[in-house]
Write a protein that binds this ligand. Structure first.
Ligand SMILES: [Ca+2]
Ligand SMILES: [Ca+2]
Ligand SMILES: [Ca+2]
Length: 619
């Protein structure tokens, strides 16, 4: 991602607008922009200042100021605006009796405004229909307790049906633990067994994580504390008919001290091009108030438990403070086909736009023959017949993001390693012909893939001549990465192009393995060996007959091929071992076995070669 700074826009709001018969506006300290929302299809913007006050009665009757809050509906050019003050009531002259502190969200044809100051901080939610110009309010003084702050956060989505719209309001002070309510025909609410003072519902974000057409819900509890205010985000998956099921894990970012993770949550759109929306969660007080945002990726099952990216305010080349207090996404600023992210850094009066890089989606494969015939030399190596294994490395690319940056193909760099799981202590059984004198079991290469095409390269892996293990499967490992791409700047565009990156999916790994085996010709069930030891019959040794004793042992295999056979010989302590006759040509190597520093016998590994069916070795 790249960093760009923008100057603040001054929106054309009317500061001394008429607001009602018993209304006189005080806009100082109104906190305009405390909530911002933008409608996707036409850019309609809603900017609210929840501390906007009506001072009419202050002037006339010396009563309190009424902090109704205001929302400005702005056309996409940000010049035309019209105010909405749903909390205002003509007759109301005392704070607390009625609606207060409006803030807002926007969804299709609806403007959703929370009014947490309503009825002594019970809170309420307004829904204003832009087409019909009708505003309706939700108040429920039976269920929602005083001081619940319902409407502190608002969102809207399709909870009951893909075509219906329901409204969500957070009530973070409900019973001092917090609660979230979804407004349907009748209200229903849910809350986990949440921690006292965790501010569950301080943020809500409706987003269809698994793209089944029904909104799912993310709920922030930014004050959740293990030590102090690390913050958590809860995930509720819609099982249909707004039956919300809490996922078994919560999001925690880095679980940092006083981070307030979950202070902001927003849907970013699909930034990694896997078809599922991704979300950003702000932790504005993390890292000594520098702040950070975390990116989580949508999945078929909901949302990944671990963040795919953490962007820290301190890492962006400027001393940002409270970076991530607000996050907004879903708009493609630079027209590269990927939605970008805007992040507010509240304490440093800055907003940052992070542009999303084009994503290259690659499917990689290692193609191997089902088995290797170790008796059949298909290749030549240094003029000698050699047993080889044809290994193909293939990549299939989806590169739609590259057309925006004038890159016709994606270059993939890879490393291929043969026999990565060979037995410890033994050499790799295959090597690549890499022109050097050293026999290496690794080779590297590059490949150019085009959109929608499969491109393969073949490497020959040669079998070492002296292999002993024919049973362990032969695993090949492929590791790959995207090569450097020289992106071309299109002068008609105002932003410099960004280098593409590889997609990082659910089980993302740029490492894969495949395996094959040696062909085995088994004559017996389960490929079983049948090793037998015999020796020339010598019932006794007569003392004085001679100084040496020759022991003649035969090891035979009446079953299928044996792997690394060993012969153990034990003799009494008054005999001394001299040597093994004919050991070299029979591939026998023996070493003296000791117990308590005394020689007790011989351990002989039989065969530098695998031991073939019906083979015999004599010593
Ligand atoms: Ca869903
Ligand atoms: Ca995604
Ligand atoms: Ca973009």
């Amino acid at each position: 991602m790249l960093l760009l700074l923008f100057n603040f826009l001054h929106v054309g709001v009317m500061l001394d607008m008429p607001c009602g018969r018993h209304c006189s506006a005080e806009v100082e300290n109104q906190w305009l922009g405390v909530s911002l929302s933008r409608r996707q299809q036409d850019g309609l913007v809603l900017a609210c200042g929840h501390r906007w006050k009506n001072v009419y009665f202050t002037k006339k009757e010396d009563l309190n100021k009424l902090p109704h809050g205001v929302c400005y509906k702005l056309e996409s050019d940000l010049n035309q605006s019209s105010p909405l003050i749903p909390c205002y009531r003509d007759h109301e002259n005392k704070f607390g009796n009625d609606f207060a502190s409006c803030q807002a969200g926007i969804s299709n044809d609806l403007i959703v405004m929370g009014a947490p100051g309503t009825l002594y901080w019970t809170g309420s939610v307004f829904v204003h229909n832009i087409s019909s110009q009708i505003t309706s309010a939700y108040l429920d003084d039976n269920v929602v307790l005083y001081g619940s702050y319902l409407g502190y956060s608002v969102s809207a989505g399709h909870f009951l049906h893909p075509n219906s719209t329901e409204v969500v309001g957070g009530a973070p002070q409900y019973g001092q633990t917090g609660r979230v309510r979804v407004n349907t025909i009748c209200f229903f609410s849910f809350a986990p067994f949440s921690q006292l003072g965790s501010y569950f519902g301080g943020t809500v974000c409706a987003v269809d994580l698994n793209t089944d057409g029904l909104s799912d819900l993310l709920v922030g509890a930014p004050m959740f504390s293990t030590v102090r205010e690390e913050g958590r985000v809860y995930i509720y998956m819609n099982q249909g008919q707004a039956n919300m099921k809490e996922m078994e894990f919560t999001l925690a970012g880095r679980d940092s001290y006083a981070a307030r993770f979950g202070e902001s949550i927003t849907s970013l759109g699909d930034i990694d091009d896997d078809g599922y929306p991704d979300v950003a969660v702000g932790a504005p007080q993390e890292d000594d108030l520098h702040g950070a945002i975390y990116i989580y990726n949508g999945r078929k099952t909901g949302l990944g438990q671990y963040f795919s990216q953490r962007i820290a305010g301190s890492a962006l080349g400027s001393a940002f403070k409270m970076f991530g207090q607000s996050v907004s996404g879903g708009i493609d600023v630079d027209g590269n086909g990927y939605p970008d992210v805007a992040v507010g850094a509240f304490l440093s009066d800055s907003a940052v736009v992070l542009r999303t890089r084009a994503v290259v989606v690659v499917e990689a494969m290692i193609l191997l023959p089902p088995s290797v015939n170790r008796t059949h030399a298909l290749c030549t190596e240094n003029g000698q017949p050699a047993i080889c294994l044809k290994t193909s490395v293939c990549f299939h690319g989806a590169l739609k993001g590259l057309s925006h940056i004038c890159v016709p193909h994606a270059e993939i760099l890879y490393n291929l390693t043969a026999d990565v799981k060979h037995i410890e202590g033994l050499q790799s059984r295959f090597f690549f012909n890499t022109n050097g004198t050293e026999l290496s079991n690794a080779t590297a290469g590059s490949i150019k893939t085009r959109h929608g095409h499969m491109t393969c390269v073949t490497h020959l892996a040669f079998l070492r001549r002296d292999i002993r293990d024919i049973f362990t499967p032969i695993h090949f490992e492929l590791q790959y990465e995207l090569g450097e791409h020289n992106v071309v700047r299109d002068n008609s565009k105002s932003f410099p192009p960004l280098r593409p990156m590889l997609q990082r999916g659910e089980e993302y790994s740029n490492l894969l393995t495949n395996k094959t085996v040696f062909t085995r010709y088994c004559a017996w069930a389960n490929c079983s060996t049948n090793l037998q030891v015999t020796h020339r019959d010598m019932p006794y040794v007569a003392l004085g007959e001679g100084k040496t004793i020759l022991l003649n042992v035969t090891l035979s295999n009446a079953g299928d091929a044996a792997f690394l056979p060993m012969l153990h010989l034990r003799y009494p302590s008054n005999l001394y071992f001299i040597k093994v006759l004919d050991a070299e040509e029979k591939y026998v190597s023996c070493k003296i076995a000791e117990e308590e520093k005394r020689s007790v016998g011989l351990d002989c590994s039989v065969g530098n070669l695998f031991f073939n069916t019906l083979a015999k070795v004599y010593t």
